[in-house]
Design a protein around this ligand. Structure first.
Ligand SMILES: Nc1nc2c(ncn2[C@@H]2O[C@H](COP(=O)(O)OP(=O)(O)OP(=O)(O)O)[C@@H](O)[C@H]2O)c(=O)[nH]1
Ligand SMILES: [Mg+2]
Length: 470
């Protein structure tokens, strides 16, 4: 099926950024993110305007005086587009376009536009087109009625590449038919992907890098694995998912995934349709929540990430907070010595967090150590008996667990090993048959290892070391 996404280049249109600050919003760098989005979309910002309002004014969102001021600004600066940081209803877009005489788009549309131009995989293209169609459908009537007036019939660059706009005659019924077809195709890809993710999860410990856009996920991915991810100082540099092996220590490795970043107020159609790209994260054993700790908006960003993870249903995997770009804070602390250092501030609130730098490599060894501890689960020294013909299980134990003794008897070997609770699970899920302390591993785990809370953990060697559960 052909993609309905236009691949045309974004024109560098002269644009004005507008933000209405409502009381509920607390931001340290109010227009910074919209500027970064505009920059990624390739528009040329020629002016900015802000207004504080208790509530948005219905028909035009801005107050009357501000609308007039904006109209004059558009004229004076010869702007072709006005981009709102706030989400506008179709009738507000229409009201504003009439009042100021130029194309108006909101933040969601700008984000959709960026996604449309950056989507390279079939899966990402389908997801974006579905989101675009769903976003556009309710706006069709308002749009067709006014597009002609505003642009004299000629489409302008940003915000006019939606599939609906390419086919002016399309109506909502056709949109629905198209969405259904695209969904069908996407479901096939998603099904395949789900099977892949499931197989990977059974075979390996999986960790997923998640976080706000531009936090440094792909840079970390490249520093930890043999790389290959595109990292760039741009929002939404990554739109697909990449998985590579990450060698931790002592023959242990895990599968690490890098994926699309989050942003506040992500259009919810986009979140829903990107669910399958985020499949690796949803089903990972452990999520590495990457935060750009040098960003003044870091606190808000962490909230958004946690909210989005809950929204996509990634509530099961354990989370480890990774404070990235720590290298940038060193110079900051030297400048501003009397204030609490941002790293101390974060570590006080999140004592388990790890400060790292993808750029200098600082903290990455500790990160690997922490992931390995979580991968193994609680570790005990136990006698594990395996038939010699099961070379795979013997190999697993020899390579990944410190071995203290080996006793060969008949056709089996008993290894005294330091083994993690999760490693036992991993072997069992592969179908391995072995004994622990002379009884079948399944039974040992159930009756002796997974002791009820509060019950004395009988038969457990004293040197057991508990590490974080995942
Ligand atoms: N100083 C410094 N810069 C970093 C670090 N990690 C990443 N960066 C820079 O931050 C920018 C964004 O990095 P990416 O790795 O593309 O970020 P991402 O989280 O993958 O971003 P998206 O894919 O867009 O969501 C790039 O310019 C990186 O060079 C770090 O530890 N220190
Ligand atoms: Mg990335």
């Amino acid at each position: 099926m052909e993609t309905g996404l236009s691949q045309s280049r974004i024109l560098s249109e002269r644009s004005i950024l507008v933000q209405v600050r409502l009381p509920s919003r607390d931001e340290r760098d109010p227009l910074g993110e919209l500027r970064a989005l505009a920059d990624t979309a390739g528009v040329q910002v020629v002016g900015e305007m802000q207004q504080n309002l208790k509530v948005p004014r219905g028909a035009t969102y801005l107050g009357k005086g501000k609308v007039e001021e904006l109209g004059a600004m558009v004229q004076a600066l010869d702007a072709k587009v006005v981009v709102f940081d706030n989400d506008l209803s179709p009738s507000q877009v229409q009201g504003l376009e009439e009042a100021i005489g130029c194309k108006v788009l909101d933040r969601s549309e700008l984000i959709l536009d960026i996604f449309a131009h950056r989507a390279t995989t079939r899966q990402a293209q389908l997801q974006v087109e579905i989101a675009q169609l769903q976003y556009t459908a309710p706006r069709l009537r308002a749009m067709w009625a006014h597009l002609g007036q505003v642009t004299g019939g000629a489409p302008v660059g940003v915000g006019t590449r939606g599939p609906g706009e390419q086919q002016l005659e399309i109506d909502r019924r056709l949109v629905k038919v198209r969405v259904d077809r695209l969904r069908g195709e996407l479901a096939e890809i998603a099904g395949r992907k789900q099977r892949e993710v499931h197989a990977r999860r059974t075979e390996h410990f999986t960790a997923g890098l998640v976080g706000y856009t531009n936090a440094g996920k792909s840079s970390l991915f490249n520093a930890l694995t043999r790389g290959g991810a595109f990292a760039n100082d741009q929002l939404f540099a990554t739109l697909g998912t990449r998985v590579e092996q990450w060698n931790l220590r002592g023959g242990n490795s895990c599968m690490l995934s890098d994926t699309v970043g989050f942003i506040r107020d992500l259009p919810h159609h986009l979140v829903a349709s990107f669910r399958s790209t985020l499949e690796d994260a949803v089903h990972a054993h452990l999520l590495l929540v990457v935060l750009d700790v040098s960003d003044p908006r870091a606190e808000n960003q962490l909230e958004v990430v946690e909210h989005t993870l809950n929204e996509i249903g990634a509530t099961e995997p354990a989370r480890l907070l990774v404070l990235n770009k720590a290298d940038r804070l060193e110079s900051a602390s030297a400048r501003d010595s009397e204030r609490v250092h941002p790293l101390s501030w974060w570590l006080e609130r999140h004592p388990d967090a790890l400060a790292v730098s993808a750029l200098t490599g600082e903290g990455l060894d500790r990160l690997a150590e922490q992931v390995l501890e979580r991968q193994k689960g609680a570790v005990r020294t136990l006698r594990v008996t395996v038939p010699l013909r099961d070379a795979r299980t013997v190999d697993f134990l020899e390579k990944r667990c410190p071995v203290h003794a080996r006793d060969y008897l008949d056709s089996q070997v008993t290894l005294t090993v330091e083994i993690g609770r999760r490693q036992v699970d991993q072997l069992l899920s592969r179908g391995a048959r072995f004994d622990i302390e002379g009884i079948p591993a399944n039974d040992f785990v159930r009756t002796q290892w997974d002791a009820q809370p509060g019950r004395p953990d009988r038969g457990v060697p004293p040197h057991e070391r508990m590490v974080g559960e995942w």
